[in-house]
Design a protein around this ligand. Structure first.
Ligand SMILES: Nc1nc2c(ncn2[C@@H]2O[C@H](COP(=O)(O)OP(=O)(O)O)[C@@H](O)[C@H]2O)c(=O)[nH]1
Ligand SMILES: [Mg+2]
Length: 224
């Protein structure tokens, strides 16, 4: 979290992490599409010809709050390919929350595990505590054959503390839910750490409610 007191601006950084081609960029594209335009910045993506993310994607969002502070959310994705570790580490710097986008396909189990380990390592190397950082997990590509069963995923989810979501990002299903879950978890954490209400009169539930209404205003509500 960055606070620019002069500009009355508070900036929160959220990162979509996961193995190559799990659907991180597709999630951001869907968020961009499903949100009403006000306060929604341009989605910047930098891809190579085989539609892999080379550096990162960035979607900036902004909110005017009753406290008088402008809240900005910077939504990043990382490139999943193993060779881009230094970029991933850089993007994770100062992250306030992470959505881990896993690929539901059975043949991707190991790639998910490797990426999850890589996330924990890069968090630690950035001085972030993986056990404290707000984290949600999304199992994407639910439309494909040969995916891990819902029961299987929910059984794993019940062992951890991270909220877990199912999604088909290409259809926009589960995308808003994942994002709202991450935003809510992150703001709860920021409130506990920084006492935003007491210090700035900022109600930490305001941003989540605002976002929810922006998804609804756009008329698709994350469905279909
Ligand atoms: N069938 C299916 N394909 C998906 C889904 N989400 C993403 N994809 C496809 O998977 C490929 C990689 O997605 P992308 O968002 O670029 O992955 P990233 O590397 O994690 O950013 C693209 O061809 C997407 O269209 C999904 O829910 N279902
Ligand atoms: Mg990408």
């Amino acid at each position: 979290m960055q606070l620019d007191f002069k500009a009355r601006e508070l900036t929160v950084k959220l990162v979509y992490y996961g193995p190559a081609l799990s659907g991180k960029t597709t999630n951001l594209q869907a968020i961009h599409r499903l949100l009403s335009p006000e306060g929604r910045g341009r989605l910047m993506t930098l891809e190579t010809r085989d539609d892999r993310t080379l550096f990162f994607d960035l979607l900036p969002l902004s909110f005017a709050t009753d406290s008088g502070l402008t809240v900005r959310i910077k939504l990043f994705t990382v490139p999943g390919q193993v060779i881009h570790n230094s970029t991933r580490k850089l993007v994770l710097q100062g992250a306030d929350g992470v959505a881990f986008i896993a690929d539901s396909q059975v043949q991707e189990v190991r790639a998910n595990q490797a990426s999850f380990k890589d996330l924990r390592r890069n968090l630690k190397e950035n001085g972030l505590d993986p056990s404290k950082l707000p984290l949600v997990i999304q199992y994407n590509k639910r439309d494909l054959p040969n995916i891990r069963s819902e029961e299987d995923i929910m059984r794993m989810a019940s062992k951890g503390k991270e909220p877990t979501y199912l999604a088909t990002a290409t259809h926009g299903t589960g995308v808003a839910e994942t994002f709202l879950g991450l935003v809510e978890l992150t703001w709860d954490h920021l409130e506990r750490e920084h006492h935003l209400k007491e210090r700035f009169g900022l109600d930490h539930t305001e941003v989540t409610k605002d976002l929810q209404s922006r998804f609804e205003a756009a008329g698709e509500g994350g469905g279909a």
